[in-house]
Ligand binder design. Structure first.
Ligand SMILES: *[C@@H]1O[C@H](CO)[C@@H](O)[C@H](O)[C@H]1NC(C)=O
Ligand SMILES: *[C@@H]1O[C@H](CO)[C@@H](O)[C@H](O)[C@H]1NC(C)=O
Ligand SMILES: *[C@@H]1O[C@H](CO)[C@@H](O)[C@H](O)[C@H]1NC(C)=O
Ligand SMILES: *[C@@H]1O[C@H](CO)[C@@H](O)[C@H](O)[C@H]1NC(C)=O
Ligand SMILES: *[C@@H]1O[C@H](CO)[C@@H](O)[C@H](O)[C@H]1NC(C)=O
Ligand SMILES: *[C@@H]1O[C@H](CO)[C@@H](O)[C@H](O)[C@H]1NC(C)=O
Ligand SMILES: *[C@@H]1O[C@H](CO)[C@@H](O)[C@H](O)[C@H]1NC(C)=O
Ligand SMILES: *[C@@H]1O[C@H](CO)[C@@H](O)[C@H](O)[C@H]1NC(C)=O
Ligand SMILES: *[C@@H]1O[C@H](CO)[C@@H](O)[C@H](O)[C@H]1NC(C)=O
Ligand SMILES: *[C@@H]1O[C@H](CO)[C@@H](O)[C@H](O)[C@H]1NC(C)=O
Length: 514
């Protein structure tokens, strides 16, 4: 089977080489037919840098340079030289008008097919016009895109240039992208112009993206990046390195595996002179109590972010005389947690029956200060701010938290003895299990709930150390204390709080009801 596949590969390669050989001989005739109403135009023009004009010509009923083909036309042509790819480029533009009718949404095809086009550097351009309140989403199948600076080039020569229409006359450059990165979706509004550059030696024959209509996104654009594993992405504000459009909003969304953490750093930025509003970035971070987290560009940006998050850049009303430039280039680095807090702890509850153990955030005062996420993760995969472990199973947990004092543990264990003949004089040792003591998190509360038959049995609690009762006169100042209360629903009886350091050797209590 593998051998067969290999044979097919070789055959395809053979065809490609043959195509190139045919081209080298020159004089080949091409026919491009553009259907009526296809809204496609084709332009074959001298490339950059232009070579001396008389070296190569396009021949179609005489010399025609540039050669322009409109929808509804069929043109037959050839080149006067053997290496037209060194002299000419081809530009194929398709206008998609969603204002006058429904849009042909879905997977975008290369039209006309690359097999009928001469082997020149190709630029496919899709110009989509939609209503002001229509969101347009470009979705890139694998590979995802990597943003580069305006004017930089991609290693394989395949470049995506994406612009957005903000009104009928103005285009904003959203970005230029290569074929290997994290950007999976770009949402814009009103209109999109997407140019795909394919160099003549590249045999790609699919566009690699689809277009979908969405409801209004209420901003310039949203760029989504997906990380499958550790990695980084460098991203830029629209029009970078030129100024971000005045009073606009742009959002980046990041999809990050739960067991990794993200750090945002601003590589380069400048701010404009605002007359109204303030330029800022806003983060929506899981687990934060003060979302959105608002920062100035010059602030230190958040790190140790666990989970999916988004970042928005908000411009301002600029001073007309001296606007300045708002621009931002930043990096998102995604990696394993960098310190021993990524240790895995085994909490073995497989021998427990009536037990519940919750690791949760201790209550804290709301503050405007940024608080990085603090999570407990089960099997290093699903992380949450509040994790309850169930009895009967063995759990592997880890912590995604920069400050473990923000968490605490509450546990409750129920001991029932419901047959009074059997329970009589039976003793239970109440001990905080080792699997809790090993955790790097404070134990806040461990309750033993003792269920025994009512009216027939009394309970004696015999402490290992002598106890004192907490009173106003004798305050318990120890690191832990015991609280004795009734566990009967609706019966709110409290028998006191005790700590070590007194003379009490036993606490006895009659059970009134079960
Ligand atoms: C071409 O554009 C016209 C008007 O702009 C539109 O009605 C028509 O559906 C378009 N054709 C295609 C194939 O997109
Ligand atoms: C075609 O593209 C390649 C690389 O993308 C570039 O080096 C070359 O100059 C281009 N050719 C023309 C005629 O523009
Ligand atoms: C993607 O591009 C980067 C930067 O040019 C390069 O280091 C990396 O090897 C590329 N990865 C793949 C899979 O092509
Ligand atoms: C693209 O090329 C591959 C082989 O290289 C072929 O299987 C596929 O059908 C082509 N797709 C289109 C849309 O021409
Ligand atoms: C997308 O367009 C179709 C057809 O025009 C329409 O039925 C649908 O509601 C649109 N979807 C959104 C999210 O606007
Ligand atoms: C940003 O994230 C928040 C919280 O996850 C979400 O409610 C909001 O819709 C997101 N906004 C954008 C534009 O992605
Ligand atoms: C913990 O972090 C260190 C440092 O990044 C890494 O080398 C190690 O593989 C991580 N351990 C786990 C279990 O993820
Ligand atoms: C955590 O979950 C438990 C059980 O669902 C609940 O009783 C507790 O109030 C939660 N704690 C927080 C801080 O949300
Ligand atoms: C581990 O986390 C602590 C607490 O945030 C931090 O102070 C320390 O620098 C971290 N260690 C490493 C190696 O990153
Ligand atoms: C606790 O109180 C006792 C007296 O009641 C005192 O001797 C002891 O130093 C106190 N311990 C602490 C840690 O404050």
């Amino acid at each position: 089977m593998a051998g067969l596949n290999c044979g097919v590969m070789v055959a395809l390669l053979g065809v490609l080489l043959l195509g190139a050989a045919r081209l080298a001989r020159g004089g080949e005739t091409y026919e491009i037919a553009l259907p009526h109403g296809s809204n496609i135009t084709v332009l074959i023009k001298p490339g950059v840098p232009t070579l001396p004009a008389n070296v190569c010509h396009i021949i179609s009923k005489g010399w025609v340079t540039p050669l322009s083909i409109k929808a509804g036309e069929t043109v037959v042509f050839s080149f006067s030289c053997q290496d037209p790819q060194n002299h000419f480029v081809i530009e194929i533009q398709k206008n998609i008008d969603c204002m006058s009718g429904p849009c042909p949404f879905g997977e975008v095809h290369l039209q006309p097919s690359t097999s009928v086009l001469p082997t020149l550097n190709r630029t496919f351009i899709w110009d989509v016009k939609a209503n002001k309140n229509i969101g347009l989403e470009l979705q890139f199948s694998l590979p995802r895109l990597r943003q580069i600076r305006w004017g930089e080039s991609c290693p394989d020569g395949v470049t995506h240039s994406i612009s957005s229409r903000v009104d009928t006359t103005t285009m904003v450059r959203i970005g230029t992208f290569c074929s290997n990165g994290t950007v999976s979706r770009i949402k814009m509004q009103e209109g999109v112009k997407m140019a795909l550059d394919l160099p003549w030696f590249h045999n790609r024959n699919v566009s690699g993206f689809s277009i979908t209509n969405r409801s209004s996104i209420k901003r310039l654009c949203i760029i989504e990046s997906v990380f499958e594993d550790e990695g980084s992405a460098t991203l830029m504000s629209a029009n970078y390195p030129d100024g971000f459009p005045e009073d606009e909003l742009m959002t980046w969304q990041f999809i990050i595996p739960a067991h990794l953490r993200a750090i945002v750093s601003f590589l380069q930025f400048s701010v404009s002179n605002c007359v109204k509003k303030e330029e800022r970035v806003e983060y929506c971070i899981p687990g934060s109590t003060t979302n959105p987290e608002v920062f100035k560009l010059k602030d230190e940006q958040p790190g140790n972010i666990a989970g999916n998050f988004n970042l928005s850049l908000q411009g301002c009303d600029q001073d007309a005389q001296n606007p300045g430039i708002l621009r931002l280039q930043f990096q998102v680095l995604v990696q394993h947690p960098q310190n021993e807090s990524n240790k895995t702890y085994v909490v073995d509850l497989s021998n427990e029956r009536a037990m519940s153990l919750t690791i949760e955030q201790r209550p804290s005062k709301l503050s405007r200060k940024f608080v990085p996420g603090c999570f407990v993760c089960l099997d290093s995969r699903t992380c949450s701010t509040n994790l309850t472990l169930t009895a009967g199973f063995k759990h592997k947990i880890s912590f995604l938290c920069d400050d473990l004092t923000r968490l605490w543990i509450n546990a409750e264990k129920t001991i029932s003895c419901l047959d009074h003949r059997y329970c009589h004089r039976k003793s239970y040792s109440l001990q905080v299990p080792w699997y809790i003591l090993q955790l790097p998190v404070q134990l806040h509360d461990f309750s033993w709930k003792l269920l025994v038959p009512k009216d027939s049995i009394s309970l004696a609690l015999v402490p290992a150390q002598k106890l004192q009762q907490h009173t106003h006169k004798r305050v318990c100042n120890t690191s832990f204390s015991y609280l004795v209360a009734s566990a009967v629903p609706g019966q709110d009886l409290y028998f006191g709080s005790f700590c070590s350091g007194g003379s009490i050797e036993q606490i006895q209590r009659k059970v009134f009801s079960q």
